[in-house]
Design a binder for this molecule. Sequence first.
Ligand code: GDP
Length: 370
Amino acid sequence: ALGVGIVGLPNVGKSTLFNAITKAGAVAANYPFATIDKNVGIVSLPDERLGILATLYLKGNRTPSPVPTYVEFVDIAGLVKGAHKGEGLGNQFLANIREVAAIAHVVRCFESEEIVHVEGRVDPVGDAITINLELALADLQSLEKRMDRLRKNARANKDDAALLPLIERLLEHLSAGKPARTFTEGEPEVRAKFFKETGLLTAKPMIYVANVPDSDLPDGANNAHVIGLKKLAAEEGMDVVPISAQIEAELSELDPEEALVFLNDLGLSEPGLNRLVRVAYRMLGLQTFLTAGEKEVRAWTIRQGDKAPTAAGVIHTDLERTFVRALVIDWQKLVEAGSIAAAREHGWLRTEGKDYVMQEGDVVEFLCSG
Ligand code: GDP
């Protein structure tokens, strides 16, 4: 799964944000699944290339529909102190986090008399540390179990034996309260494989979502809480995205024209979800390729480094197996040419085989057998 799990202490604005996501996503008609889990919401990735390319495919007075790609967000409720000991919805909660590829960690940076804070004060850095500690404690448990098994196998298995010293240092790292994602020892591939097999939660990229008052949007530069969070995040090489869950909720109730007026009134150029989804996309190591025709111009998601047959398989699973070759052009080159036919005449339309590594912004037509 490539989704982003939304976590955070109670009363920080998670449900408000998640409801905004599901309402906003409901209009994104391109979602491939007819039914969608009630704890999953999608956010479209803004992509201005689609509108530009669409103008090349005018037929009569009909422009193709721009269809953006998206990121899935999963509502993961139930984190409380002691989750690693199974308190609250502890075990279920941790199992749900294991399923997602990244974590959006919502922290409260807004003051309010009416809305109680679980700890009785607004302290997002403290809250972030509380949650990170729960995740680190859960990882320590997983790691210790894994360690026991490795020790038993080490006599018979050289690979397992070789891992032991590395794991011991990782144990020390986690015990010092540091997340696995900042552990840099050993070979990157060995480390990544081990993190995955062990299901380490603190190895996943984390985005700190600072729920700020609307007066502190878009960058939260004047909010002392956000400044503190940025420091914490920077130590882990992670990002902070300031957002107002309440504003996002209000935006999700409006039609597009009304939403623009509302954003203008607030002095904002776009919804916070746009900023959030862009950061999530980058953190997940994803990239976009495009398909274009008279019906639609569409963005599709693959991982950075994916090859052409994998990309074909995203459009339809059969296409990966039956892939023969791909016709490829960079989107800007296509705009420069003005049409596929003109691009072909210029010799700009390339034929690529199964080993071609896809590039961001490739416009592709796949040729398949059968
Ligand atoms: P959750 O427990 O983390 O899911 O938090 P909720 O989304 O249920 O929010 C808790 C309370 O805080 C609700 O009464 C929300 O209306 C309120 N709330 C959420 N976001 C904001 C915000 O940005 N500003 C203010 N003032 N209140 C908010």
